[in-house]
Structure formats: structure tokens, C-alpha cells
Design a protein around this ligand. Structure first.
Ligand SMILES: Cc1ncc(COP(=O)(O)O)c(C=O)c1O
Length: 386
């Protein structure tokens, strides 16, 4: 544990973390520090751990029963956290965010229709669109002095060609952008003019860090008729193992999309996932606040470490998520810097090119870990870069 982090979430020592059987801890050899896939190194939130422990004690490992508890828990959280008055009946449980987005796109598109995405973006967006039978139209994020943001002019030009849908990432992985209420209002206006369905992936919504505030897309006036949102507790409470997410559709035209989901969808949700998500959304806020304070601390620490040790690496500290999108292009094009960090430094980051061509020269670093691991990782990265 980090002794000097009073009030912040503790992290187990490395030898304990390495006993985890998940992708993050099993992909690389034992001498590599993995700061890759979006798993966190903190212990589970106590209300979540309790509900899972109790379910195991009851041998309660059957099929999921999500209605009405999941909708109520999400609606309660949305009201308290985001001032969003959401009808629990607008919530449909799905296996995970990927399944939610793919099924929504299948329902909203015809084969070969274009679906717009904005790279650099979470790599599965490039897979979900063709999985649904549609084709990708890229409108990259714009990059200015204040960081990355939606290219609204580029989106208008693309929407004018009548794509069927736009998959929004809000907040945006990997750049950590929290789209502003004005940007989202402009996006909704374009979607209404050009009749483009907006599918908003808001998995990182609960992970908006101190200093920023989150606007759920469906709280934007007029959004309900053109937009549908996919939410999950799986990022903010580290529950990817458990397979439960939620689609939110508030207007009849959008609810018709969930009405077209394959009937078996509800049998494919994880029962433990529903139990954990209900506990997280209804009882997990005190822990979430400690998590956000801890991530804020790591974000500041990373800024200091990078400034001191890797001054040629540029970044805009994220307003949300626990992911740092590092411009390492001064150290080489494509994934050269990332490869050197891994091969020589024994630190694994996500290769920038996985997030699209705009990721050339970039690497994504997961800072949901201890101060000690960040210290070691940046020292090794600096040594490998020189
Ligand atoms: C933007 C985004 N969407 C979806 C996911 C994955 O969600 P799920 O495992 O529920 O499909 C992630 C995981 O990191 C993500 O960053």
C-alpha cells in the first residue's frame, strides 16, 4: 500500500497484483509493468464485493433478472450525480457495452450503410461497425492548443452524406475529453437536421475527474428523439468480468431500436454483473468519490513525472477516465516509442495505432494504479528512451 496516500484508495503490492488472472496481468512476462487495458489495480468497492460474496454464499449463480432493479439503480445514480430525470423503464440490460452498441447499430442501419466514428478512438469501435454490417466513415477529432475535441464542421460535412449513425464516445477514450453541453447540443442539432441516429457510449461517464462536469447526451434538449445511450458500471467499478451494461432509450422511435434486439439478448447478461451494477450504482458513490480523488492524484503525479523524466512527451491531462494519451512522436513515428518502452524499458502501454491512423506516434498509459508503479514505470520509460 502507498503509505502517504491518506484517504486515497490503496493498491496491493506488485506480487499480489500479479496473481490476478485477467488480461492486464497475464498478457506480459513477469518483468513487464502493464499499464495497458482499462482495468484498475484498486480493490473492489466494498458494496460490490459484499453483494458478490453473498451471492456466492447463497450459490446464487443462475440467470440474470435485471428488471426492475438495474433501471432503478441507474435512474437513482443519474438523478443524484447528473441531475438527469430518467425513467427506469427506459433502461434495457445488455451483456456489455460492445453488445449494446452492435445490436443498436444492427437495428439502426441497413447492410452497407455508413456509420461515423471519430478517431483516435477506443479500438473496438473499428470492429463494432462492420460486425453490425455497416461501413466506417471516419471524422477524426480535431486537435488544438486546448487538446482534442469533436470536429463539428467535419461531422456536418459527413452527416450531409446521410450516414445511418454516429457512435459518440462521451467521455472520449483515449483522449479523456468530456464533450461540453454546447458541443453536444450542436451534435444533436446536426443529427436532427440530417436524420442521423446518435449512439452514445457513456461507459466513462462516472469517471469524470475533479475540474470537469459531465453532460449525458440524453439530457440535451431534443436528444431523446435521435439518440440512445449505452452505460455500464464496468469501467468505474472495474467489473468487466461480470458482463452487464444498459441501453437507455427515452423516446418511442429510439425504444423501437431496443425492441428489435434479438429476444435471447436478456439471457446473455451476467447475473453477477446485474447484482454488482445495482450495488455500484445505488451504494457505490462514496467509494467512487475516493476513486476520483485517487485518479486526480495520479493524474497530477503523472504530470510531474513526465515533465521531469520524459520532457519530450506531450499530453493534455484527461478531464475524465484513467487513461493518458501520450504524444511520443518526438521519440519516433508509428509505435516506435511504445515498442521501445516495452522492449527496453519493460513497460507495456497500448500502441497508439490501435486507435486509428491519428494514433501514430502516440501511446496510451493507464494510470489507475499505485504511485509507486507510476514512479517505476516512468523511470524505466525514460531510461529506455535515452
Ligand atoms: C469507450 C469504451 N467503450 C466500451 C468499453 C468496453 O465495455 P464493455 O466491456 O462493457 O464492452 C470500453 C473499455 O475500456 C471503453 O473504453
Amino acid at each position: 500500500m502507498d503509505a502517504d496516500d491518506a484517504g486515497l484508495l490503496p493498491v496491493d503490492p506488485l506480487d499480489v497484483l500479479r496473481r490476478r488472472r485477467s488480461v492486464k496481468w497475464q498478457t506480459y512476462p513477469a518483468d513487464v509493468l502493464p499499464l495497458t487495458v482499462a482495468e484498475m489495480d484498486f480493490a473492489l468497492a466494498p458494496p460490490v464485493a459484499d453483494v458478490l460474496r453473498e451471492a456466492v454464499q447463497r450459490s446464487d449463480a443462475g440467470y440474470a433478472h435485471a428488471v426492475p432493479d438495474l433501471g432503478r439503480a441507474i435512474a437513482g445514480f443519474a438523478a443524484r450525480r447528473w441531475n438527469w430525470d430518467l425513467d427506469p423503464a427506459a433502461v434495457t440490460a445488455v451483456t456489455d457495452v460492445g453488445v449494446g452498441v452492435v445490436e443498436l447499430l444492427r437495428a439502426a442501419t441497413r447492410p452497407g450503410d455508413a456509420v461515423v466514428i471519430s478517431p483516435p478512438v477506443y479500438p473496438p469501435f473499428f470492429d463494432w461497425v462492420p460486425e453490425a454490417g455497416a461501413r466506417i466513415l471516419e471524422v477524426p477529432l480535431a486537435h488544438g492548443a486546448d487538446g482534442w475535441h469533436l470536429d463539428l464542421a467535419g461531422l456536418e460535412a459527413a452527416f450531409a452524406t446521410h450516414p445511418a449513425a454516429y457512435v459518440l464516445c462521451n467521455p472520449h477514450n483515449p483522449v479523456g475529453r468530456v464533450h461540453t453541453a454546447d458541443e453536444l447540443a450542436a451534435l444533436v442539432r446536426l443529427a436532427r437536421i440530417y436524420r442521423v441516429t446518435l449512439v452514445s457510449d457513456e461507459i466513462h461517464g462516472p469517471l469524470v475527474l475533479p475540474g470537469a462536469s459531465f453532460t449525458p447526451l440524453l439530457t440535451v434538449p431534443g436528444a431523446g428523439e435521435v439518440a440512445v445511450t449505452v452505460l455500464s458500471a464496468s469501467k468505474a467499478w472495474n467489473l468487466a468480468a461480470l458482463k452487464c451494461a444498459a441501453v437507455v432509450a427515452t423516446a418511442p422511435r429510439m425504444a423501437a431500436l431496443t425492441g428489435r434486439f434479438p429476444p435471447d439478448t436478456k439471457w446473455r447478461i451476467g447475473h453477477f454483473g446485474v447484482l454488482a451494477a445495482v450495488a455500484a450504482f445505488s451504494e457505490g458513490e462514496a467509494w467512487l468519490d475516493r476513486l476520483l480523488a485517487t485518479l486526480d492524484h495520479r493524474r497530477t503525479l503523472l504530470a510531474t513525472l513526465l515533465w521531469d523524466r520524459l520532457p519530450t512527451v506531450a499530453w493534455h491531462p484527461p478531464a475524465a477516465t484513467f487513461l493518458a494519451w501520450l504524444d511520443c512522436s518526438a521519440l519516433g513515428p508509428d509505435d516506435q516509442a511504445r515498442d521501445r518502452f516495452l522492449d527496453r524499458g519493460r513497460v507495456a502501454l497500448e500502441p497508439g495505432l490501435h486507435f486509428g491512423a491519428a494514433g501514430s506516434g502516440y501511446a496510451r498509459l493507464n494510470f489507475a494504479t499505485s504511485a509507486d508503479i507510476l514512479d517505476q514505470a516512468t523511470a524505466r520509460m525514460a531510461a529506455s528512451a535515452s
